[in-house]
Write a protein that binds this ligand. Structure first.
Ligand code: ADP
Ligand code: MG
Length: 236
């Protein structure tokens, strides 16, 4: 694997919602095979950053490029798996049926369904209706669904929010397993310990400004580490 390959580059991105500046010259690079955390308290601009790169939020200025601009954004986004909203599937269909439907819509081989259900630990529950799932199981099904086409990168926005400790542990374990297969990961979180446990690299965002980019290991040498620790208790 060529670890220097760039999956996503973001250059001087600015975003205003009316008069409110949500992003202030945000720049960073996502390289293949790493696990990135976008770490910052509520309102720091994490979801806005993800939304712009996924083409669901309009930028004000600046730019971003997927895969070094080798293809159009809509083509590039087919290689991106993203979960940026609460998982939503057909409630009266089973987990397996819901994934079959995704395969049908996207033209993916149905054989992927069982493989991905296994990866997220839902094989035993594949014949259960989505409506019977706990939030953690719903989130795991969403991850399976986002992985059906074997994307280059998986993007997750606060994937453990609202889960109990066991659910949190399961999701973090699954993310690590996915990373171990070589899939690049970009994860937004307001939890320092989540980023420390799961990520290799971190982009620290505060009030729309990037304060630190680099290895998670290097972050503790930086003053912002202590500030972030105190943000840990902030409720969303
Ligand atoms: P985070 O994901 O880190 O919590 P967001 O990107 O959701 O941060 O929000 C960044 C800032 O932009 C916040 O001040 C938030 O209130 C504001 N914001 C986000 N979405 C909108 C929107 N659709 N309209 C107006 N303001 C918004
Ligand atoms: Mg958010």
């Amino acid at each position: 694997m060529n670890s220097s390959e760039t999956i996503l580059s973001v250059n001087n991105l600015n975003k205003y919602y009316g008069a409110l500046q949500a992003l202030d010259n945000v720049s960073f690079e996502i390289k293949k095979g790493n696990v990135y955390g976008i770490l910052g308290p509520n309102g720091s601009g994490k979801s806005t950053t993800l939304g712009i790169t996924l083409n669901v939020v309009n930028k004000t200025s600046g730019g971003y490029k997927w895969f070094s601009g080798k293809m159009e954004t809509h083509e590039a986004l087919k290689k991106v798996g993203a979960i940026i909203e609460r998982p939503n599937f057909y409630p009266y269909m089973t987990a397996e049926e819901n994934l079959w439907l995704v395969c049908k819509i996207k033209g993916i081989n149905y054989a992927k369904v069982n493989e991905k259900l296994e990866l997220v630990g839902l094989t035993e529950r594949k014949n259960s209706k989505f409506s019977t799932f706990s939030l953690g199981m719903k989130q795991r099904l969403a991850i399976a669904s986002a992985l059906l086409n074997d994307p280059e990168i998986l993007i997750l926005d606060e994937p453990t929010n609202g889960l109990d400790p066991q659910g949190i542990h399961q999701i973090r374990d699954i993310i690590k397993q996915i990373a171990a297969t070589g899939t690049t990961i970009l994860l937004a979180s307001h939890l320092l310990d989540e980023v420390e446990k799961v990520c290799t690299h971190v982009l620290v965002l505060r009030k729309g400004v990037i304060l630190y980019t680099g290895l998670v290991d290097g972050m503790s040498a930086n003053d912002i580490f202590f500030e972030l620790n105190s943000d840990d208790n902030e409720n969303l």
